[in-house]
Write a protein that binds this ligand. Structure first.
Ligand code: AMP
Length: 629
């Protein structure tokens, strides 16, 4: 089938389209109505239907593929690889569910999971899904205060944690953070279930609250726990994401809509079928981890590969070695991950047999053209940029090789995915922008299956955050975009990252692209810094591909490059060459902190900062003065 026809049908005949897609999963009770949309923008997909994510991800495959690998959990941090078949996964998840039950966790109860990328994190998520408990995975890189905020919002019956994560061979104890978070939280959970990896021997235990998973696992081994059949719109999980205020939003997902959307995305977008392997380098704590390390591949009957470790250790060929070893068909990573590799010898890309690999998908942040070119040429595979948000749970923009492979256009994440009726709206007029004109990317409701149903416990915030920007009611992505004549959308950055230079609106992304096109630049961040005369001026922080390169010359050339490509208005006022850029653990640039430092303000919330040295680098560079201005 052709892409256009497939997408058109999903928009013009949503009920027929999604009724068809719903056949890809098992229903205990079929839906009574495919879509109920009597209280816009709230909508209910597959109303009255009863299903279960764990059943669809695990039990359903026992008949045909019990001995096939379901999950491979590789840690180059601990030097371990665990290969887990669907039969073993079923056993582990049942045991974990029995443990949850023994701790008095039931349907609708929240469970906070604070763990690194290890198999037990996946067992815990699936066990929650099995009994209808609502998990909320908190990324292991978050510190105690963030964890406490999430605990107080979700009010969990249980917190599941590992003793430690590990990074670059160094254990990062989690337990002290858990204890501090429980002390800070107003409503700490009655129990903390500890998965002991032996990375933090002798961690402190709180009597009466902390329980040891290994002991309970032994006690409940072999128990079977019935699947709880949930109405399609009951909550399956919460995933917190930062908003404009300091309080994170609990993005709430449903059951049936999510399962159906993932099932569709697995074959249509990621081209992964039962029996094939998918390797996503994401952390389970992010949206990609939920959808494409856990639920998506398992619902599809595929093998999911989970990775704990750096992209460069033990050597920069590790990802490709994993692809070779497991015959990975589709890989999923982030542009930052690739830019890390870009600083290494490209020979690493050629060392392994990648004949099974068909696609590399990249998401989470803008994929700059030079990086897209570099990796496409380096591995000789199709590289597909895909755009989505924690809120949507699966891609909004991508290409669908499983339906019809459209040409890749570097710089664009592609075309609207099924069910997404997208518009680019002119911010000033609220009207649809003409092709090639910049506007805000919005989704015409109802949001498709899989997207968030609301903000946990806060419908008003859901409406305010996403549906209050334009009239009539549309979902604002808060991203700037341009749609070209072929319908390809280009994302120009967050609406909240816009900079205004002497009355001209500029996307920092555009300038970054331009700076990155300089052959010596590894990565660049552009921010708007206050300026007496022009309001704001663009300022560049860039890392070079070769440490110790000639900074002043490169910096001068970067400015010239921007002037040449985008015009003098976009010419960076200052360029600072630094050794590293401050980023979150998930690889997003901490622009606000950068901007604050450049404006001599407090850098704000640094709890998600990956590498404190990067911030110091920036401070030093600012004190030293620009490399070009
Ligand atoms: P998160 O919810 O943390 O995944 O962040 C979502 C935001 O990341 C989006 O609103 C975009 O600003 C950005 N983003 C995600 N994927 C892409 C992409 N492929 N291209 C450009 N920006 C992206």
């Amino acid at each position: 089938m052709r892409y256009e026809e497939f997408h058109r049908r999903s928009i013009e005949q949503p009920e027929a389209f999604w009724a068809e897609q719903a056949r890809a999963i098992d229903w205990h009770r079929p839906p009574e109505r495919i879509l109920v949309y009597d209280d816009p923008p709230f909508r209910r997909w597959f109303a009255g239907g009863e299903t279960n994510l764990c059943h669809n991800a695990v039990d359903r495959h026992l008949e045909a593929r019990a001995d096939q690998l379901a999950l491979v959990a590789i840690s180059t941090e601990t030097g371990t690889t665990r290969e887990i078949s669907y039969r073993e996964l079923h056993r582990e998840v049942n045991t974990f569910a029995a443990v949850l039950r023994a701790l008095d966790v039931g349907r609708g109860d929240r469970v906070v999971i604070y763990m690194p990328n290890i198999a037990e994190a996946v067992f815990a998520m699936l066990a929650c899904a099995r009994i209808g408990a609502v998990h909320s995975v908190v990324f292991g890189g978050f510190a105690a205060h963030n964890l406490a905020l999430r605990i107080d919002d979700a009010r969990p019956k249980l917190l599941i944690a590992a003793d430690a994560g590990s990074r670059g061979g160094k254990a990062i104890p989690y337990k002290p953070l858990v204890d501090a978070a429980c002390a800070e939280a107003g409503t700490p959970p009655p129990h903390v279930l500890m998965v002991d990896r032996g990375l933090d021997p002798g961690y402190a235990r709180v009597e009466g609250r902390d329980v040891d998973y290994a002991a309970l696992r032994e006690r409940h081994a072999g128990e079977q726990v019935d699947v709880a059949w949930l109405e399609s719109n009951e909550p399956s999980y919460l995933l917190y994401t930062s908003g404009t205020t300091g309080k994170p939003k609990g993005v709430q997902r449903d059951v049936g809509g999510y399962a159906v959307a993932l099932a569709l995305s697995m074959w249509a977008i990621y081209d992964v079928r039962a029996g094939q392997a998918m390797f996503s380098t994401s952390d389970v704590g992010w949206a990609v981890g939920h959808s494409y390390n856990v639920y998506g591949p398992l619902i599809a009957g595929a093998t999911s590969i989970l990775y704990e470790g750096l992209p460069t250790a033990p050597d920069p060929g590790i990802w490709w070695r994993i692809c070779e070893r497991y015959g990975v068909h589709t890989m999923f990573s982030s542009p930052t991950g690739i830019r890390v590799l870009k600083k290494q010898d490209p020979a690493w890309l050629k060392k392994h047999d990648l004949s099974a690999l068909r696609y590399l998908f990249l998401a989470g942040e803008p994929l700059d053209e030079p990086t897209a070119h570099w990796i496409t040429e380096g591995i000789g595979k199709t590289v597909i940029d895909n755009y989505w948000q924690t809120e949507t749970g699966w891609p909004v923009l991508a290409l669908m090789p499983g339906v019809e492979m459209k040409p890749v256009k570097f710089g664009s994440p592609g075309l609207p995915m099924p069910g997404y009726d997208l518009r680019v709206i002119d911010e000033a007029t609220g009207e649809e922008a003409a092709p090639n004109r910049k506007g805000v990317l919005v989704i015409e409701p109802p949001l498709p299956p899989g997207c968030m149903t609301t903000v946990w416990n806060d419908d008003a915030r859901f409406l305010r955050s996403y549906f209050s920007h334009f009239k009539p009611l549309v979902y604002s992505s808060l991203d700037w975009a341009i749609r070209d004549d072929d319908g390809y959308t280009f994302i120009l950055g967050r609406t909240d990252d816009v900079i205004n230079v002497a009355g001209h609106r500029l996307g920092t992304r555009e300038i970054e692209e331009s700076v990155s096109s300089h052959p010596d630049v590894a990565e660049a961040a552009v921010i708007g810094v206050r300026d007496e005369l022009k309001g704001q001026v663009p300022v560049v922080f860039a890392t070079l591909r070769q440490a110790g390169g000639e900074a002043a010359t490169a910096a001068r050339e970067m400015r010239e490059c921007v002037s040449r490509q985008l015009g003098a208005v976009a010419r960076p006022a200052r360029v600072y060459v630094v050794g590293a850029l401050p980023k979150t653990r998930s690889g997003k640039l901490l622009r606000r902190s950068l901007q604050a430092l450049a404006e001599q303000r407090d850098p704000g919330d640094l709890s998600t900062l990956d590498d404190p040295n990067a911030l110091e680098e920036v401070r030093r560079a600012l004190a030293r003065g620009a490399d070009a201005e």
